[in-house]
Design a protein. Structure first.
Length: 372
């Protein structure tokens, strides 16, 4: 069958691009449909602040009048300035199990970024590493937790057959407080370090949310600045994220660490709302909101979504302190299971802290790369 790769230009094509996953995964139980209203913002260059410093082109794949795939080609000028490279990205990649379709989409994206002057091609980034990214390579029978991606198992073979190679693995850790307790030795060491260094860990002040958010923005950009592929968030990007998450933040699961009143570390853990969203079709109305309200009462898992310590304070064990306090607070609220994600495979300190707690890697998300 003839394959057509179409550059998205019209509003109709844009709508098709946004909605394609809802049909593509319709009868696949592990997939969690994101809220369509959020996806419309994420894909809208006029509303989503990432596009203020990035160029993009969306593509659709069509076979005999049927849409069979999609991809975004992306050039993040902020990334290239920070890392002093000419990197193009692909994201929002979805396809039927057909190598010809996958090749057509990936070639379209690669050629587009090459025409923008890029000499490297990396992904998937949806649309960047500050959003969800990486290709799921295992545990396909398990639904993703909040703000993590999902894909069919066959995607890995399609991407690797195209010629893309592993650039970095992103690890997701799992822990079940029903089965293990925090190691007593670790608790003793952590409490001693906390007292010795006058470290105070406390929930953020929700009543002063925006001032607290500004502190978190500073910590976030400092804590990750040396990490592979990291691009500091602009103030507009962080404000968008904070506004988006404000309604789902549980106060005692958003923790700030301070020394002598100076914020030096932060962690954010969110209830896994995907356990409720999986019962909707991505819409709040007419029945989605009611289903969410019913099922969110049964949520028993949370995700540590952000954990960062300013570099000069990393030798104090603050990451372990934040994890332990999060463990206590989360289990007290009934969140006995937890995912900590994602962690770079080469982030030795963070991986060691999680392993000391008894957490294990249970999902691996892979970033791929090749020359253009």
């Amino acid at each position: 069958m003839a394959l057509d790769i179409i550059a998205v230009q019209s509003k109709k094509d844009w709508n098709t691009f946004v909605r394609f996953p809802y049909q593509h995964y319709k009868d696949h139980p592990p997939w969690v449909p994101p809220l369509l209203m959020d996806q419309k913002v994420l894909h809208n260059p006029k509303k989503y602040p990432f596009y203020n410093h990035a160029d993009h082109q969306f593509f659709l794949a069509k076979m005999e009048e049927r849409i069979v795939g999609r991809i975004a080609a992306l050039v993040d000028h902020r990334h290239n300035k920070v890392h002093e490279e000419k990197m193009g990205f692909f994201g929002f990649f979805e396809t039927i199990d057909d190598q010809k379709v996958a090749n057509g989409l990936l070639n379209a994206a690669k050629d587009w970024v090459k025409n923008q002057g890029m000499d490297r091609f990396r992904g998937p980034a949806n649309p960047c590493q500050n959003e969800d990214c990486g290709l799921l390579t295992n545990a396909f029978d398990t639904p993703p937790v909040i703000m993590m991606p999902y894909n069919y198992a066959y995607y890995q073979n399609l991407i690797e057959s195209f010629g893309l190679k592993k650039a970095m693995d992103l690890w997701a850790y799992y822990i079940d407080a029903n089965k293990i307790d925090p190691p007593e030795k670790l608790i003793r060491v952590v409490e001693k370090k906390k007292a010795r260094n006058n470290i105070i860990i406390s929930p953020i002040n929700i009543k002063d949310f925006w001032n607290e958010a500004k502190k978190v923005w500073v910590i976030y950009n400092k804590a990750w600045e040396k990490n592979w592929g990291f691009v500091p968030m602009t103030e507009d990007e962080f404000d968008y994220l904070a506004k988006h998450l404000k309604s789902v933040i549980v106060p005692d699961l958003a923790l700030m660490a301070e020394i002598d009143g100076k914020p030096i570390a932060f962690s954010l853990t969110l209830p896994d709302l995907n356990q409720a969203l999986i019962h909707t079709n991505g819409r709040l109305f007419p029945t989605g909101l009611a289903k969410i309200m019913i099922h969110e009462k049964k949520i028993d898992m949370a995700r540590v979504i952000i954990m960062g310590v300013i570099p000069e304070y990393r030798n104090l064990g603050i990451d372990a302190m934040l994890y332990l306090d999060t463990w206590r607070n989360a289990t007290a609220r009934g969140y006995a299971r937890g995912e900590m994600s994602w962690i770079l495979e080469n982030n030795t300190m963070m991986n060691r802290a999680l392993q000391m707690l008894g957490a294990e890697v249970y999902k691996v998300y892979r970033m791929y790369e090749m020359s253009t």
